[in-house]
Every structure is written in structure tokens, then in C-alpha cells.
Design a protein around this ligand. Structure first.
Ligand code: 0RA
Length: 639
């Protein structure tokens, strides 16, 4: 391979990708592990686009032992021919932002907002980026470092490195460790995303392999039953009370496909996708589905005489209680908005989903009246409970508004700027007391809670809302809550940018974390999805050497390392609980933003969120605790 060579075209190249290196967050959402994983998704999405165009049946994704990732497909291969700009088209694609549109006439691009902005972004953010294209009987190779070409072109074209009877594209890349906080891809999240992609593309097979030492694993993802299989998986372990209902159609230029099923549960779980992108924040397609569905159930309920003239109609949430649904649309030019650009804004999506749902679902319900009756049965049950709970709710809200702050438990901070404010939920009055002394009063608030909070999953809503600890939390955060039947949640009213759970580093402590997270996940899920919830990491030990400075050790690995690296004797102090630290120690180790460790609690995608719910809501405590710790962003050190 030629050494680095710069010519006129590589200068434009540099300028082309500079914005990405300057502001990586704008292109991949962030430089944390989530952003890192995005690199894989960007490359994978391009191969999926090639599948959608009808040319690629298989994608191979490998986490290599050297820390790189390889994505290979059997599509047509990225064009290598001479481009107007005087270099191979591949060069132009890999070094220009948003290139691709010019070469492809693909029906649906996954790109939109944060997504699929393309391989050039990954190239810009990789220490090494190698691409091999099999096309027209030959294999071509190109390579880059931090977005700059490291392969010498021959008369502007890529060197040939072999012959092949197949076609396809292979990309291998190593993320840039000067850009990303960590460069270890999260295998679980990637597998999850691959599986999701397989559900949404029933003709596609994705071969996953992890070759990293100690984690070796291989799995093929192929889901010929598509979103029906997705629903089946989402509902695993639940009692189903309807068949899976599936319909699809096209309206104007928008393709719509949906599947749903009722289970014996008290939530709705509706996942939306647009062009293979999970729309975490919902949007116009979901609105269309809900609106038309509510109308329809009310119409059938009247027609069947279940709702009488004097009866008020079912509310939307009534009709969807216990529903698991996947709503998928394909749109030529989707518009995304919202905090994370995962909310579909295209108005014609509503129209299309309304039209297709109206037409296709009516056809289905007319032929399957017993299914409509089952759905209406669920709605009736829900309406009844809703009315009872509305009462409990009103009582709770009117009472609690006036008790806020008067119980004196919350030690609030002085600042009223949520951006800088943090609230620590501290286990126990004694640790709470120390924390109140230790904190920086200006921006840190302390809310002590006593013992184990109520397990919200095992209690009815009126019990939940009567619970003192829960009431205090709702009032403290200031943003209300959402639950099954009503939604008073308003994230703009959140008083603290960070909600930090601070419990003992023992079994009881993590049990309390679990209960708190269950509560937050069920009543204020946006706090988690928007990245406001953290788990404080108090140290486990303090090593006090005979000579030199003491050191806090946060886990057993750190202790091992200390033992290995430390010559001479030292005394080891083990912290059993927060209560054992004095105010100075607590500040230094756990409160001080400069030195503390926080774990960000995160949920990356729909499947992950669902798995987490399962774990959180299940009654088996062990796996829940493990799961939370596994999925709390790996010791993201917060500065
Ligand atoms: C544009 C045109 C053509 C293929 C592709 C893009 C393509 C891009 C990627 C990215 C990853 N894998 C890919 N596979 C294909 C084909 C144009 C033609 O052959 O006429």
C-alpha cells in the first residue's frame, strides 16, 4: 500500500470531513459508547439500504479481536468507476458528507436526522478504515486514516487486489481513540440492533460474530415472520388475549405495515419505525395509528351495542391497554425532529397510517368479530379501572401539592437553573444527613429516602400514589408522571438535570436501586431515555499506604491493580456503607463532580427497553439487579 500521499483531491477531502471531526456529536449523537456503537449502525444501515434496493440478501457483522469492526454485504458493491471529480466514485462517497444520493436511486434511505449520514462520517472518525469492493469480477481496495486516504490511486482509480465472482462491499474500521471516550463496542446493544433489523427486514439474514477474546460468539439473525415474530418476542412469557393482527397497505407514497396483539397487562407498548429507524419519541405515524384505532373501536362498540347512546366513548388509552404493537412505515423523504431526532414529523405519515389502518383493519375486524369483541372487552375493563383511579389520583394530587417541602425532608439546592442542578436520592436518614453536610449547596439537592421503597409493580396505582417516598420524589422532580391512563408528565418542568441514586454498595443498596429504577421506568421513562438518571459509585475501599497518599478504590479490580502496583505495606479500609464515610470523604469520593464516578442508566433501543421492562417488572430480583448493572452505562465517568 502506498504511503500517505496528498494531492489536490485529498485537500478537498480533508475539508469535506473536517466538520465531522470538529463536532462528532452532531453526526453520531455523542462520543460516548452509544455514539461509538452508532458507527457500526451507520455502516450496517448502508448495507440494509442495499438490501431494500433489492440487491443484498446477507450481511456479516464481526467484532474483531483487534477492536475493529467488519461489516460485509453481498450487494452490488459501492461504485468504483471514475467520478466527475476525477477520482473513483468510492473516494467521493467516503470523503464527502452526504454523498451517496447522487449515485443511488434507492427507494428508501435509512438516512434522516442522526441516522445513516453515512460511511464518510465513520471514515472521518476512524483511525483505520479499510474498504474492499467486489464488483465486475474484480476486488478493489482503499484505505484511510482519520478520513485521509492512505492508498495511492492509479490514474484516479482504486488498485485491484484480486478477482471475485461475487459482488459486495466489506468495510473494516477502528474507531478513533482521540475522539471516543471508549472504543470498545457494546456487543449486547449491537446484537439487539441487529435482531431488530432482522425483524424489520424478513428477507434479510444478518450473520453476527464476536471474535473478541473471552467473548467468542456467533449467531445468525433471520426472521422470516417479520414484525409478527417481533410481537411474539415482545410478548414472550405474557398471557395473550388476542391473536396477532397484521395488516399492510400503501397510501399516497407511504407504505404502512402494522401488527399488534393484546396481553394480560396494564401497559401499552407501541413501537414505531420509519425506514428501519426506531422512532423512540414516536411521531406522526404513531398518532395516525392511535387516532384511527380509537375511532374504530368506539364505532364497533356502538355498532355492536356494547356502548349505549348515553355511554361516553372509550379514551385512546382505554382501547390500547395491554396492547403490544409495531407500526412500520416507509417514507421517501421522512422528516425527524425531537431531542434525539427520533420523532417522526412528516404530516403525510399520519394521513397514510389513518387510511391504511381504517381500510385494512375494518376488513379484518368485519371478518373476525370475536377479535373486536375481545379488544372491546379489554377497553371496558380499562375504562372501569381508569375511572376508579382518576379518583385516587385527584385526591393524591390535591393533597400533595400542599405538603411539598413542608415535611422538610428535601434539602434543596439554591440554584433554580435545572441545567446545573442535581438531586441525590440517598438511602437512609443518617447517610442523608452526612450528604447534606457534604454537598455543594448551590447546585446539589439531597433527598433522603427511608428503607425500601414500594415495589410499584406489585402495587395498585392508588397504593403507589399514597406512598410517602414516591410522592416526595414526584413532587421533588417537578415534572409529574405518566401512567397507563393519563399523562401529566412534562420533562420541561424537570428541576434537576441529574437524578443520582446514591445507595450502599451492597445487596440491599442495589435492591433499592432496582426499586427506584422500576418506579422511574414506569412513571417517568423519559428521565431514563433522555439520560437524566445516574447511579452514584461510592468507593469500596480506601488504601492507606505507610508512605504516600491514600487512594480510593472503586471496585475489586482496582484493588487488584493497586495490590499489584503498590510496593510496601498499606492499610486497607473497607467501606460497608455510605454511613461509614464522613462528610469530607463523601464529598471527595461520591459527590464532587471532579472526582466522583457516576453510571449513566441508559436504554439504547426498543428491544433493550423491552428487555429492561421485563427484568424490572419481573418478580425475580437477582437477574434484575444484574441486568441493571450490566446496562447502566459502564462506569461513564462524569465530569
Ligand atoms: C450506490 C450505488 C450502487 C451501490 C451502492 C451505492 C452501495 C452502497 C453500499 C454501502 C454499503 N454497501 C453498499 N452496497 C452498495 C450500485 C450502482 C450500480 O451498480 O449501478
Amino acid at each position: 500500500m502506498a504511503k500517505e500521499q496528498y494531492n489536490a483531491s485529498s485537500i478537498t477531502v480533508l475539508e469535506g470531513l473536517e466538520p465531522v471531526r470538529k463536532r462528532p456529536g452532531m453526526y453520531i449523537g455523542g462520543v460516548d459508547t452509544k455514539g461509538l456503537n452508532h458507527l457500526v449502525y451507520e455502516i450496517m444501515d448502508n448495507s440494509v439500504d442495499e438490501h431494500l434496493a433489492g440487491y443484498c440478501s446477507d450481511i456479516w457483522i464481526t467484532l474483531e479481536d483487534d477492536g475493529s469492526c467488519t461489516v460485509r454485504d453481498n450487494g452490488r458493491g459501492i461504485p468504483v468507476e471514475m467520478h466527475d471529480k476525477g477520482v473513483s466514485a468510492e473516494r467521493v462517497v467516503m470523503t464527502t458528507l452526504h454523498a451517496g444520493g447522487k449515485f443511488d436511486n434507492k427507494a428508501y434511505k435509512t438516512s434522516g436526522g442522526l441516522h445513516g449520514v453515512g460511511s464518510s462520517v465513520v471514515n472521518a472518525l476512524s483511525n483505520r478504515f479499510v474498504i474492499e469492493i467486489s464488483r465486475g469480477g474484480k476486488v478493489y481496495r482503499d484505505s484511510y486514516a482519520k478520513g485521509q486516504p492512505t492508498t495511492r490511486l492509479i490514474k484516479g482509480l482504486l488498485p485491484e487486489v484480486g478477482t471475485s465472482r461475487q459482488t459486495g462491499t466489506m468495510i473494516n474500521f477502528v474507531p478513533d481513540d482521540t475522539i471516543f471516550e471508549k472504543t470498545r463496542f457494546k456487543a449486547d446493544a449491537i446484537k439487539s440492533r441487529i435482531h431488530e433489523t432482522a425483524y424489520l427486514n424478513p428477507q434479510l439474514t444478518i450473520h453476527y460474530e464476536n471474535k473478541r477474546k473471552g467473548e467468542e460468539e456467533k449467531a445468525d439473525y433471520h426472521e422470516p415472520d417479520g414484525i409478527d415474530a417481533y410481537i411474539r418476542e415482545l410478548n414472550t412469557g405474557k398471557t395473550v388475549i388476542s391473536p396477532i393482527i397484521h395488516y399492510s397497505g400503501k397510501s399516497d407514497d407511504v407504505e404502512v405495515e402494522a401488527a399488534f396483539q393484546y396481553v394480560d397487562a396494564f401497559e401499552e407498548n407501541i413501537l414505531g419505525f420509519c425506514n428501519n429507524i426506531f422512532t423512540q419519541e414516536g411521531g406522526t405515524h404513531i398518532t395516525g395509528f392511535k387516532t384511527r384505532f380509537t375511532q374504530m373501536i368506539n364505532t364497533y362498540a356502538r355498532d355492536l351495542g356494547i356502548l349505549k347512546d348515553k355511554d361516553v366513548p372509550f379514551t385512546g388509552p382505554d382501547t390500547r391497554n395491554g396492547m403490544t404493537a409495531v407500526v412500520v412505515i416507509k417514507h421517501k423523504e421522512p422528516i425527524f425532529e425531537g431531542q434525539t431526532k427520533t420523532k417522526l414529523a412528516s404530516a403525510d405519515a399520519t394521513k397514510a397510517v389513518v387510511a391504511v389502518t381504517g381500510e385494512e383493519l375494518t376488513r379484518y375486524f368485519d371478518r373476525n368479530v370475536e377479535v373486536v369483541k375481545a379488544v372491546i372487552g379489554c377497553a371496558e375493563k380499562s375504562a372501569k379501572i381508569r375511572k376508579a383511579e382518576e379518583k385516587a389520583r385527584t385526591n393524591m394530587l390535591t393533597k400533595s401539592r400542599f405538603t411539598f417541602d413542608s415535611n422538610g425532608k428535601l434539602a434543596n439546592c439554591e440554584s433554580r437553573n435545572p441545567e446545573e442542578c442535581e438531586v441525590f436520592i440517598v438511602e437512609g436518614d443518617s447517610a442523608g444527613g452526612t450528604a447534606k453536610t457534604a454537598r455543594k449547596r448551590r447546585f446539589q439537592a439531597i433527598l433522603p429516602i427511608r428503607g425500601k421503597i414500594l415495589n410499584v409493580e406489585k402495587a395498585t396505582i392508588d397504593k403507589v400514589l399514597a406512598n410517602a417516598e414516591i410522592k416526595t420524589m414526584i413532587n421533588t422532580f417537578g415534572c409529574g408522571f405518566s401512567e397507563g391512563y393519563g399523562n401529566d408528565f412534562d420533562i420541561t418542568k424537570l428541576r434537576y438535570n441529574k437524578i443520582i441514586l446514591m445507595t450502599d454498595a451492597d445487596v440491599d443498596g442495589s435492591h433499592i436501586d432496582t426499586l427506584l429504577l422500576t418506579f422511574l421506568y414506569r412513571f417517568m421513562p423519559e428521565l431514563i431515555t433522555d439520560g437524566h438518571v445516574y447511579i452514584a459509585q461510592p468507593p469500596l475501599y480506601k488504601a492507606i499506604p505507610a508512605k504516600g497518599e491514600s487512594e480510593y478504590l472503586y471496585d475489586d479490580k482496582a484493588l487488584e491493580k493497586y495490590r499489584a502496583g503498590h510496593k510496601g505495606s498499606f492499610q486497607l479500609q473497607r467501606y460497608k456503607g455510605l454511613g461509614e464515610m464522613d462528610a469530607d470523604q463523601l464529598w471527595e469520593t461520591t459527590l464532587d463532580p471532579e472526582h466522583r464516578r457516576l453510571k449513566l442508566v441508559e436504554i439504547e433501543d426498543a428491544r433493550m427497553a423491552n428487555e429492561i421492562t421485563e427484568m424490572l417488572m419481573g418478580s425475580d430480583v437477582g437477574p434484575r439487579r444484574d441486568f441493571i448493572y450490566e446496562h447502566a452505562g459502564e462506569a461513564e465517568i462524569d465530569t
